[in-house]
Design a protein around this ligand. Structure first.
Ligand SMILES: [Zn+2]
Length: 302
């Protein structure tokens, strides 16, 4: 009884922490720096460490009964595997045989059904939070937890019990809820939260646009297939009113150039014709010229 009540209070506290954290991440374009996560202010004035000091693995605040957060990163020491269908296999921390310190609180999160924050490391020291994820399986033999990456996948404990249709839906859902935010965060960081065309710096007015749309085979959510664009330039790019050549020059539709209207048309669109795109400093983050070219052909023939 007491345990159930405690779990309920802890569930609410987690909701408060996560809501505050996600709102802050949105303000920053998706990712939060490790330093800020180490001393994070909550609405009640308290400050919390919300991630392991090293940025990796399992984070168990002493004030909580169960694990608060886990981190996954492509360069981490554990072989964490994300399966199709929105399930993540997460290795126990530490060596087998040693006391199972950190893993104990993961087991509690499993037993009480408490929601966790999951961080995806998108760059050194930068983390994208998603919430809620749930521990839905614990396998002490292979020393591995299974996590559901979305509330709606929670009832499904393993891929083997998933039908093909369920798997397809779950995969699409995780792409929208988890992979798209990580894509946006990577693009915002690479472009230093500025529109690549007009350099507008208001992150709430910026989108991570795809050069080749993500329904296409070539449309992976990678930075080189992305552009940070303000809302107006994103919409103009999607409707072929504006094109970007493979050598990073902005082109405005001929008919649009001849129109006469207010300042938005003149300064916001027409004056962008011939401007050089502001691309990330890091070469490996710069937009892929082949993808730009494919897209630019569509603009030229529009
Ligand atoms: Zn813009």
């Amino acid at each position: 009884m007491v345990a159930a009540q405690e779990a309920r209070a802890e569930r609410l506290l987690r909701e408060v922490i996560a809501a505050t954290l996600l709102a802050r991440a949105e303000e920053l374009g998706g990712a939060i720096h490790l330093e800020e996560l180490g001393d994070f202010p909550l609405p009640d004035g308290t400050r919390w460490r919300l991630i392991d000091p090293g940025g990796g693995g399992i984070w168990n605040p002493s004030a909580l009964t169960a694990t608060l957060a886990i981190t996954t990163s492509p360069d981490g020491p554990y072989n964490d595997r994300e399966e199709e269908g929105g399930l993540l296999h997460y290795a126990y921390q530490g060596k087998a045989g040693s006391s199972d310190g950190k893993n104990t609180k993961m087991v509690r999160a499993f037993e009480f059904g408490l929601p966790l924050i999951r961080y995806t490391k998108v760059m050194p020291n930068w983390y994208v939070p998603t919430f809620p994820v749930y521990v839905v399986g614990n396998n002490p033999i292979v020393r591995e937890f299974t996590l559901a990456l979305d509330e709606s996948i929670r009832a499904i404990p393993s891929e083997s019990t998933m039908s093909a249709v369920e798997k397809a839906y779950a995969t699409r859902l995780v792409r929208q809820r988890v992979h798209q935010p990580a894509f946006r965060a990577r693009v915002m960081l690479a472009y230093e939260r500025r529109c690549a065309i007009c350099v507008l710096k208001h992150v709430e007015l910026l989108d991570a646009a795809h050069i080749i749309e993500d329904a296409n085979d070539w449309g992976d959510p990678v930075v080189t297939n992305g552009l940070s664009l303000c809302k107006i330039h994103h919409a103009a790019y999607d409707r072929q009113l504006l094109g970007i050549s493979p050598d990073y020059v902005v082109r405005v539709n001929r008919r649009l150039l001849r129109e006469v209207d207010g300042p938005m048309l003149k300064h916001g669109l027409q004056e962008m014709d011939g401007r050089t795109l502001h691309v990330p400093v890091k070469g490996s983050d710069q937009p892929d010229r082949d993808r730009l070219d494919q897209r630019f052909q569509g603009f030229l023939s529009a």
